[in-house]
Every structure is written in C-alpha cells, then in structure tokens.
Ligand binder design. Structure first.
Ligand code: IPE
Ligand code: IPE
Ligand code: MG
Length: 241
C-alpha cells in the first residue's frame, strides 16, 4: 500500500533535469558510468516518492539530443543502462500502474533499447496512477522545429488552415501533446541553465536549483523541494490578489 504524503498543493507535473552523475563519480575516483548507475537508484526513489505525493506526471531528462556528442563508450553504456532499467522496471511499473511515455527523437536510439522502450510503453499504456515520461534523445529546439515542419506539411495538404493555428494547436504538434505543462522544474548539480529542455512547455514553471548531484538526490531532498514549491505564489502575469 502506497503511503500518502500530504501537501497543501503539489505540482500536477514535475519535470527534472537529472544532472551531476559524472561529477558524483569523479569525486569518488570512479568511472562516469558508475555515476549513471547510481543515478538510476535516485530515479527509482524519486518515482516512488512522487507517487506518495499524488503527483500525476513526472518527466525526467535522461538523454539530450546534444548528449550524442559524448564519447562513444559513454553513449553505449547509457543505451545499455536504459535498456536494463526498462527491463528491470517493467514489473514495478505494472504493479504500481505507472504508464511509461517518452519525448524525443527515438529514431536515433539503437534498435534494441528502442524496441524495449516501445514494448514497455505498450505494456503500460492503460495505466494512469502516474505518467512517467523519459526525455530521450530530446532537444527542445528540435522538437519545436519538427513541429513547425509538420504543421507546414499539414497546411500544404489542407489538413489545417493558417487561420486555425493557435497555442493549443501548436502544442498538439509537440512531443508533449498528451500532458499538461510542467508546474515545477528541478535541476540538480548546481548548474543554473535549462540545456534545451522543454523550452515551450516551461513558460510558467516554477524553477528549483539544487547543488545536490543527481545520485545524491533522495526522497528527503525531493520533499524539501516540494515544500518549497508549496510556498510559491504563481501569478501567471496577473496582479496579486
Ligand atoms: C546527467 O549527468 C546524465 C546525463 C546527461 C546523461 P552528467 O553525465 O551530465 O554528469 P555531469 O554533469 O558530467 O556531472
Ligand atoms: C542536461 O545535462 C541533459 C540531461 C540531464 C540528460 P547536460 O549535462 O547534458 O547539460 P550541460 O551540457 O551541462 O548543459
Ligand atoms: Mg551534466
């Protein structure tokens, strides 16, 4: 039975830039990949805490379109770890009724992890206690550019009209079409940047930066961040009442 942690208000959609695995490993004289392995443990802890808090959408930045430029050995290890994570996680996703989803250009993924990913998505597609989205081979500029190309094609083939384009229609061309915008964005590791993550969708997200490296980010740290979110006043451009 999943315990409930009560907050006055929690984000419906929490997004996390999971950063700092490499530095965590370096500090311990370990290979970077050990940091990524440790990072997966944090993802598991965070996912279960998110469920306890009643958050409905969790999106995690796992691999950016720019991360393809890393050394081949690191990229290969990350792809291997992705597939292993998906295989090991499937029973837990089913048990907890979590739907897995992705955003990103997964055509660039190697065949094997891509197949596993699509299989896990299919096996969990009816679930709705939490939607866990992995941003994989994800880049926001690529997402927006691809959306613009698809819209241009649909205009050309008379599927849509220029006059019918508004923010809602535009959003429906993004990878994130089926989810609400993130309300809360956490970035670990002390970097204060967005690194091409959900640029369109985080227009009004509350942002939280912590120096904690992702492998050290625990249930306790997440609760601290959510307590901070609870206190925030979101105005969306309106005057304070
Ligand atoms: C985040 O950790 C995970 C990925 C980007 C895949 P990093 O690998 O970026 O770790 P640092 O930032 O070098 O410490
Ligand atoms: C952002 O982290 C991408 C992920 C967490 C997957 P990076 O480590 O790639 O970002 P930069 O290079 O420091 O901006
Ligand atoms: Mg990094």
């Amino acid at each position: 039975m999943i315990k409930k942690i009560n907050f006055k208000n929690v984000p419906s959609h929490l997004a996390i830039i999971m950063d700092g695995n490499g530095r965590w490993a370096k500090k311990r004289n370990l290979d970077r990949i050990k940091g990524h392995i440790e990072g997966i443990k944090s993802l598991r802890a965070v996912t279960s805490t998110v469920m306890e808090c009643g958050i409905k959408y969790l999106t995690v930045y796992a691999f950016s379109s720019e991360n393809w430029q890393r050394p081949k050995a690191e990229v290969n290890s990350l792809m291997y770890l992705l597939e292993e994570y998906l295989n090991l996680e499937l029973p837990t996703l089913i048990k907890n009724k979590i739907r897995l989803n992705f955003i990103g250009n997964i055509e660039r993924l190697p065949e094997s992890p891509k197949k596993t990913l699509l299989n896990v998505i299919d096996k969990t597609k009816e679930f709705n206690s939490l939607c866990l989205t992995l941003a994989l081979s994800y880049g926001s500029r690529e997402e927006i550019t691809t959306a613009a190309i698809k819209m241009a094609k649909d205009i050309k083939s008379n599927k849509i009209k220029i006059e019918g384009i508004d923010e809602n229609l535009f959003s429906s061309y993004l990878y994130s079409r089926d989810m609400p915008d993130p309300d809360f964005l956490i970035r670990t590791s002390g970097e204060k940047r967005i690194s091409n993550f959900m640029l369109y969708q985080i227009a009004y997200a509350e942002i939280y930066f912590t120096k904690t490296l992702w492998p050290d980010f625990s249930r306790k740290e997440l609760i601290r961040a959510l307590k901070n979110y609870e206190k925030r006043v979101r105005r969306f451009g309106k005057s304070e009442v």
